[in-house]
Design a protein around this ligand. Sequence first.
Ligand code: ADP
Ligand code: ZN
Length: 511
Amino acid sequence: MNQPTDILRKVFGFPGFRGVQGDVVARVLNRQNTLAVMPTGAGKSLCYQLPSVVLEGTCVVISPLIALMHDQLRAAEAVGIRAATLTSADDNRAETIARFRGGELDLLYVAPERASSSHFRELLSQAKIALFAIDEAHCVSEWGHDFRPDYRLLRPLLDSFADVPRLALTATADAHTRADILEQLGIASDGLIVAGFDRPNIRYAISPRGNMTRQLSDFIAENPGPGIVYAQTRAQTERLAEALAKTGRPTRAYHAGLDAPVRARNQADFVASEDMVICATVAFGMGIDKPDVRFVAHAGIPKSIEAYYQETGRAGRDGDPAVAHLFWGADDFARARQRIGEVEPGRQAGERARLTALGALVETAGCRRAILLRHFGETPPERCGNCDNCLNPPKALDASVTAQKFLSAVFRTGQMFGAGYIEEVLLGRSTERSMTNGHEKLSVWGIVSGEETALIKPVHRALLLRDALRANPHGGLEFGPGAKPILKGEARVELVLPPARRKGRRGAAAT
Ligand code: ADP
Ligand code: ZN
């Protein structure tokens, strides 16, 4: 009796632990400090919920989002766990405090800013604490993608209850962030448990953006079933929902600016639907339980590889085949770089490293899954057989010479013209503007012709991605720090050209 597996069956109704859950629970029950890195959907909550039932005293859960806390509270109460939240949104706080003091709570959810207050520390000393569970633990790290200063104030609290075990949980932590979490929360490095991150049923694909509406319409025509399209802005969610409705699929928009009832209805419609496309900002998806999402498309780059993994991870939770397709533009990278310039200096290196990692994923001619899994510290096989590059290997091509021509044209025309004009110069297409500017006498005039013409646009994209070129607010191209090494021949520009679309892919009609 009262073996963890008995509790798992009787209280939670699960036949067994999934993945590393058993190891994590065993460590917690042994009162060992632990950092569990488990992908979304792996069942992190159980890792503290189950011990909270077994151990004497209250398990204090620190969680950053009130909405998520209330979801988890409902889920815990549904299986009979005695749980409460203590947040500014709760008007039963006095009752919760009384229950806690009386030892009647298995779980108490609080936000980090409350947890770190001296009031709360005082309260905790009035009853028995079984465990500190720190959810979304990557928020403690400046290296993480979602640093929250309040998380830094947790350490004194944890240390003042030094004999209470700590369990930190996160879905998203690269090696650097993990080491930082361990240090910040005072967990020894042998307390790290990492679950497998592979989602073999998800097929990854990444391609450059052209006409977004057309590309997405084609994409959803090829992919039946419910799916999510992540847009870059609130306005874009609405535009895309409207445009994609023309394909005949039911569509909805979802973003934080919609009235709460509309948002709730759109979400409920999507969860109930078998063929709906929801066009959403990244606010959508957290805490949503829809296992049969068949695709996740991105209309622009996500914030990081972690965010990409988490967002695409909402597809195919039922284990059936699902697709993740990212459409990217060079301007996404330019904008991201600009944003990095605006964050506080101490965090810029981390942000830059995250963007570089994302650029490598986007540009690779190799296996996408291998890059993702390596990012999470795994050692995957070279090829997965279920991503665009494995299924249809692209051609890699050294375009360094074309890149040098492009950069020279930008330089000789004074670093003030846009890509369209540079292309005209390279191709030697006479216009009124080129004549007036006297650019037809330049050495770069008309130096690109024949097959090389097709490389101009991909080279432009590659140069923006590498920060060799930057667009000024008027669209004029200027040199970035990546330009010199390319011009001097110290850095090569490899292009990955997508293979020609196979004929007949869309059905037998195309013969
Ligand atoms: P995470 O927080 O890691 O994203 P959750 O804790 O929300 O994941 O759990 C995801 C889902 O998996 C929930 O529906 C949960 O009930 C279910 N689950 C958790 N553990 C198990 C298990 N051992 N067996 C079956 N289902 C489980
Ligand atoms: Zn692959």
